[in-house]
Design a binder for this molecule. Structure first.
Ligand code: NAD
Length: 295
């Protein structure tokens, strides 16, 4: 297929290359020309503006930082909705607020376009290796149209419901991840203070009811599991500032439906404090430093 891909950062780069590997013609655009040139040399067709990247493609995919970028890219005069083919399928993969995708979606659908939200889980490794999990919101028909393309970039592609439902899943999921990481960090700090060997604590708790995905994959303590960023001075992985963004999205979503999520709110405050210390570019599991320092 002819695909236009917008946003070639940590995630978008690997996703676009996996589409090339699967045999698609992939035109790419990013405001960062270095990112465009890099992919141009690896089999993509580099474009110097938005208008060119969406011209005559069957599918548009975007992987951008925040809702404001998505609104710019889709709604501006040179943007996707004004210039893409009327029957183009729009696949928005960024982690953003639900209102933005619903507003952009309404405008796209009124023009006769097809659109889904398809945020991802699996990080940079998943993007590079084509093993992402996609959580998809949109009509059944649009989901089915996108399935094969999403499968070229991921190993799990799951339909969550109507437009915005993919983001609702992503936001709730990451509130679990952020709060779980803090619980892990507190427990491993306390275990050490109580005189336990942290490795022994892991050995037992990982086979008991304290076990979680975060414990098995992102343990905030070094030299116990292979995939811990603590082994690497908390080089991300998934940066703390990204977790702050996701926890902020979670609180906005909670407010929008009048639900109180005090643990999610506390996690947001702790990540804010950590990032105000200038540590936002460390992995989100480095939040353990905040707990160790206050102990
Ligand atoms: P990133 O900042 O590395 O990449 C975003 C890219 O978008 C950058 O290259 C930037 O130049 C480009 N961009 C910004 N505005 C643009 C515009 N107007 N037009 C064209 N390009 C523009 O971010 P990332 O890590 O690739 O994350 C992208 C999205 O995926 C985010 O919403 C993030 O929350 C989500 N996500 C990230 C991870 C992760 O581990 N990094 C995991 C899951 C989901």
């Amino acid at each position: 297929m002819n695909i236009g891909f917008i946003g070639l950062g940590n995630m978008g780069k690997g996703m676009a290359l996996n589409l090339v590997k699967a045999g698609h013609k992939v035109s790419v655009y990013d405001i960062n020309t270095e990112a465009v040139n890099n992919l141009n040399s690896k089999g993509c067709v580099g474009c110097s503006d938005l208008l060119t990247v969406v011209s005559d493609v069957e599918v548009v995919i975007s992987m951008l930082p925040e809702g404001s970028h998505v609104r710019d890219v889709y709604l501006s005069e040179n943007g996707v909705i004004a210039n893409a083919n009327k029957d183009a399928l729009l696949i928005e993969c960024s982690t953003i607020d639900i209102n933005t995708i619903k507003n952009v979606g309404e405008i796209a659908i009124n023009k006769g376009m097809r659109i889904i939200d398809a945020p991802v889980s699996g990080g940079i490794v998943g993007a590079d290796n084509g093993t992402l999990t996609f959580m998809v919101g949109g009509s059944e028909v649009n989901f089915n149209s996108a399935l094969s393309i999403l499968s070229d970039m991921g190993k799990n592609v799951i339909h969550a419901g109507e437009l915005g439902a993919g983001l609702a899943v992503k936001i709730c999921n990451n509130m679990i991840l952020g709060t779980t990481m803090i619980a892990l960090a507190e427990s491993f700090t306390m275990a050490k203070k109580l005189g336990l060997d942290q490795k022994k604590f892991f050995e037992i708790s990982s086979k008991a009811t304290g076990m979680s995905w975060a414990m098995l994959n992102h343990l905030p303590v070094a030299n116990i599991i292979e995939t811990s960023s603590a082994n690497n001075n908390f080089k991300p992985g998934f940066a703390a500032e990204m977790m702050l963004k996701d926890l902020s999205l979670a609180q906005n979503a909670a407010d929008s439906v009048n639900i109180s999520t005090p643990i999610g709110l506390k996690a947001l405050d702790m990540y804010k404090e950590f990032i105000n210390q200038g540590k936002g570019s460390l992995d989100y599991s480095a939040i353990i430093k905040l707990i160790e320092e206050s102990s």
